[in-house]
Design a protein around this ligand. Structure first.
Ligand code: ZN
Length: 342
């Protein structure tokens, strides 16, 4: 059985010819008639960069979507992208221009199936595909139709499930739902967030994962982190519920963070994707730094169940920094594997 298989949270920076660098919601740089081809070329580059670095479970680097939430919504009926509304998201941590729900939510067509097929055809490694989780979708939208976050979340969960089944059929090995909102609305996670995830993952036989982080390395998040005190214990409230859930893998932030790494111990029986790469800094970790985080995590989880990962997506980072971090991640895991004689 392999140990310490490396993976990433999901996104990688896009090439400058495809999208404006160093930004979230980066506008595309190609005209419509060349955009699909550009996305595919960028996906190839992202896959090969991960392979060359030595990452075991690769993703498409989210090269074909503008944003990790809104990328899924572009093919969902009932979501109006024409009239974006500036709203506070993540409990008003920052403002974003968000589309509005104006009618029943229904997936009009497959969103990512062709992207998944393309990625599957171009790598022999295990392939992970990311989707936004229901609670995080609801938190990144204005709603003028349902006016009920739980009902809206379950409507999206149904659409996500249709999508996830297609991704699985396309040969994806892991489907990960991104739920940064799980670190904001911890009571809702317990009350309905995990049930909504279960609905989204219903019937899947591939591995399922949920990624819960403290956000991209942007200023609003850095400022928020300063208010969280000397120990960040948000996970403590949700991990016991997740340990009892039907989701296979939990992805969390560990590197250079104030999360007590012992909270991993609350995830008994789960695969743990431990963030060993800080995405809020352009300083590339040394393999030894990565190894130190892995060794700490190994005090609380078996090596077969530990997957060294990035804290979050790397889309807003300079490309060479992100690629350097990929290499450090794989090299750090290799160091510890050697120590364990595997
Ligand atoms: Zn994240």
């Amino acid at each position: 059985m392999p140990i310490l298989e490396t993976t990433i949270a999901g996104s990688l920076p896009k090439p400058a010819w495809l999208a404006k660098p160093l930004s979230l919601w980066a506008p595309w740089q190609l005209p419509d008639d060349r955009l699909d081809e550009g996305k595919r070329d960028a996906t190839l580059a992202a896959l090969k960069a991960q392979e060359a670095a030595g990452i075991d479970i690769v993703t498409d680097g989210e090269q074909s979507r503008q944003h990790f939430v809104h990328g899924f919504l572009v093919k969902v009926d009932g979501v109006d992208f024409e009239h974006k509304k500036r709203i506070g998201i993540r409990a008003d941590r920052y403002e974003a221009d968000c589309p509005t729900v104006i009618g029943p939510v229904r997936r009009r067509a497959s969103v990512h199936r062709e992207e998944a097929r393309f990625a599957r055809a171009h790598t022999t490694r295990k392939l992970k595909f990311t989707l936004p989780g229901p609670m995080t979708i609801v938190d990144t939208l204005a709603d003028e139709h349902y006016r009920d976050r739980v009902k809206l979340a379950f409507a999206f969960a149904e659409a996500l499930n249709e999508e996830a089944r297609e991704l699985e059929a396309a040969g994806v090995d892991v489907i990960q739902f991104d739920e940064p909102a799980f670190n904001v609305y911890m009571d809702h996670v317990r009350d309905w967030g995990i049930e909504a995830l279960h609905r989204a993952a219903q019937g899947l036989t591939c591995k399922t994962a949920v990624h819960i982080c403290y956000g991209y390395g942007i200023k609003a998040n850095a400022d928020w982190k300063l208010t969280l005190g000397s120990e960040w214990r948000q996970y403590e409230l949700t991990f016991p519920h997740l340990a009892r859930s039907r989701i296979d893998q939990i992805s969390l932030e560990c590197a250079r963070s104030r999360v007590p790494i012992s909270l991993i111990g609350l995830l008994e029986g789960k695969d743990v994707l431990a963030g060993a790469i800080d995405v809020a800094s352009e300083i590339v970790e040394t393999p030894e730094e990565v190894a130190a985080t892995i060794r700490e995590a190994l005090k609380h989880v078996k090596p077969e169940r530990l997957f060294p990962c990035t804290n979050c997506g790397m889309v807003p980072l300079p490309r060479e920094v992100a690629y350097g971090k990929l290499k450090a991640l794989a090299a750090g895991a290799a160091l510890v594997r050697r120590e364990l004689g595997r």
